[in-house]
Design a protein around this ligand. Sequence first.
Ligand SMILES: Cc1cc2nc3c(=O)[nH]c(=O)nc-3n(C[C@H](O)[C@H](O)[C@H](O)COP(=O)(O)OP(=O)(O)OC[C@H]3O[C@@H](n4cnc5c(N)ncnc54)[C@H](O)[C@@H]3O)c2cc1C
Length: 410
Amino acid sequence: MNARTAVIVGGGPVGLTLALGLSRAGIRTVVLERGDRAVEVSWKGSTIHPPTLELLDQLGLAATIVSAGVVVDRLQYRDSELGDYAELHYSVLGEHTPYPFRIQFEQYKLLDLLRDKCQADQDIDVRYGNEAVQLDLTDPGAPAAVVVDRDSGEQSVERADVVVAADGAHSAVRKILGVGFDGMTYSERNMVLATDHDLSRVADELGPVSYWTSPYGKISMIRTPDHWRVAMTLPSSAHSNDLAGVGRSRLHNVFGLPVDMSLNQAAAYRIHQRVATTLHMGQVCFVGDAAHINSPTGGLGLNSGIQDAFDLVARLRTEARVQDAVSAYSRLRALVAKYVVQEISGQNTAMSATRQADGRRQAIERLRGVASDRRQLADHMLRVSMISAARAYPPGSSNVPAAGLIRGAR
Ligand SMILES: Cc1cc2nc3c(=O)[nH]c(=O)nc-3n(C[C@H](O)[C@H](O)[C@H](O)COP(=O)(O)OP(=O)(O)OC[C@H]3O[C@@H](n4cnc5c(N)ncnc54)[C@H](O)[C@@H]3O)c2cc1C
């Protein structure tokens, strides 16, 4: 029997994108979200790549995001000590996508748009303050989530044709099912800051997105609609209780920025590259960060989660049996997460982490070479903007290759 109902655990951006897609496919959805309706302003994602905009356009959201976001027409790769920099332009993608640019639009604003849209959809019932605490798999054809209402403490059971875990990197559903989260964690800690200080003057012709190498590790500067965001390697000696002080001092030493510059946010984080050992167990499956997490350098995580959601919708809509839909979804999206997303994010992270002057110079020179050769530039931009993989494996693609043959990462 094909799917008519779904329970989604997690009303984050991926879970809600999935709910909207399922509604368009005629599948009624209950979304369980343990938090409140109000969206917290946080320091998470902001990059939206062209294929994700194409998908969000199907939900009627792309025009709003493009008009409210920062349009990034070029990426810059710079070094804090070497004069030359590489600039890679998105215009080379003009014949490949209606969106030949990347957009910076804060994840919390996207989440707010998605929550409004779900609220207006009569086939979607988002239950805030509802936490999934257990699964009931006694009927394999109708899995259920056991839910606790955080206000009243009352417990209930939500059953459907498919249960989808969109409950983030620490997924309770993944842990309840005992599904592994294989991969690695980088040893270095990182921090992200948001500031109202105008960073456009730290260098001549500074673009809206620049990735810097330096003797101290990587620094990235991203213009979002509300702030400049800076991410950097945290010195191993830094104490987490003075992140703002550490950040200001690094930016002062490297760029001469004021030691008392305003900061709106400062948070430390670790970088992981992990994929769940399977993206489904019976008729329960995983999407977004519950399924895979990767280095944020290059802004791929949320984008790949949204692409998961569209793939799952396409399969649940067309496959006659839910089991076939979720197992084909699991096979393809696990491969894309491991061999495309992690490959690209790993390369981005390695390149920007180089500290020796020779290695830094070579990295910039290599990218200047890419920028000066149209074919290489197109290949590079198609890859880092996720277009190569999106074209090779569109939602519901029947093309599920062997691991070594997956395309889109090089
Ligand atoms: C510093 C940083 C920068 C990033 N930048 C980018 C970027 O530029 N571009 C990009 O594509 N990605 C980026 N990412 C990654 C991106 O933020 C994540 O991939 C994204 O949040 C994943 O969305 P999600 O919906 O899968 O999970 P989440 O956003 O974690 O949402 C999970 C939801 O599930 C709810 N939940 C959890 N457990 C339960 C439960 N048991 N019951 C009910 N509800 C539950 C939570 O309250 C939450 O609302 C970045 C990440 C970091 C750390």
